[in-house]
Design a protein. Structure first.
Length: 254
């Protein structure tokens, strides 16, 4: 029987702090049953880097669990969330005039969109990547809204109103809604991952917040600080992200 292990990928935490702390804490929580030598933890903040990691690494085991700590919104993982280089490139693309579906995907190199999973080159890697997973493997996306389907991208016009119609070109600002030109309605990124990898995937159907473990129980960050008297949380604590509403929803391959 082939050896089995776990892979943990974490992106740029930005407003939520260093996701490395959350990733490391999985070793004492959900991944506590794995030998440390069979858990690989990697920082990835680019779309290409995520696929390169999976396709180009000899893990020495089949993946039983893939955990991803990343900012997310319904139709994408934002591994490079808040990256100043990406912000600069986005600003230049917006200044250059009306964006297109492909130009937005190409500019947002820190995100994995559900659209990426059905376009070249990543659509052609599916079979190879599916073979990396052990039977009954699971993927868990620790990020906001990763299980929200039918995500619609929007821009804000000069009057402060959201514009989602890709055929509405009255306002000079035309960027995010270009993604509504194709592949709609969009599945949630959790469902898209389940379909792409043929692996059951868990995702959050709401925004998520930091929780801290205390005495075997998970508390909100504010409640933990109130009880413990600490003014911050970080490396000394055991951390996770939890949906503000409900739990992590499970999606099976279609």
């Amino acid at each position: 029987m082939a050896a089995e292990g776990a892979v943990v990928v974490y992106g740029r935490g930005d407003t939520l702090g260093n996701f490395r702390l959350f990733a490391d804490d999985l070793l004492t929580t959900e991944l506590s049953g794995y030998e440390r030598a069979r858990v690989v933890v990697r920082n990835v903040e680019r779309r290409a880097g995520f696929f390169d990691l999976l396709a180009g690494t000899d893990f020495g085991f089949r993946i039983k669990a893939l955990h991803i700590y990343s900012h997310a919104y319904g139709a994408a993982l934002a591994l490079g969330y808040g990256d100043p280089e990406i912000k600069k490139a986005r600003g230049a693309a917006i200044a250059a005039g009306r964006a297109t579906y492909n130009s937005v995907l190409d500019t947002e190199i820190g995100s994995i969109f559900v659209d990426d999973l059905v376009r070249a080159p990543y659509a052609g890697q599916r079979e190879k990547l599916r073979a990396l997973f052990a039977p009954n493997a699971r993927i868990k996306i620790w990020g906001c809204n990763s299980a929200v389907p039918n995500w619609v991208f929007s821009d804000v016009n000069g009057g402060g109103a959201a514009v989602v119609d890709p055929t509405d070109t009255r306002d000079s600002y035309y960027y995010w809604r270009a993604l509504n030109e194709r592949y709609v309605p969009k599945p949630s990124v959790a469902q898209a991952f389940a379909d792409y990898f043929k692996v059951t995937t868990l995702g959050a159907s709401s925004g998520s917040s930091i929780q801290v473990r205390l005495g075997g129980k998970w508390l909100s960050r504010d409640e933990y600080m109130r009880r413990s008297g600490r003014r911050t949380v970080g490396e000394p604590e055991t951390l996770r992200l939890a949906p503000d509403k409900g739990d992590y929803d499970e999606y099976t391959p279609r």
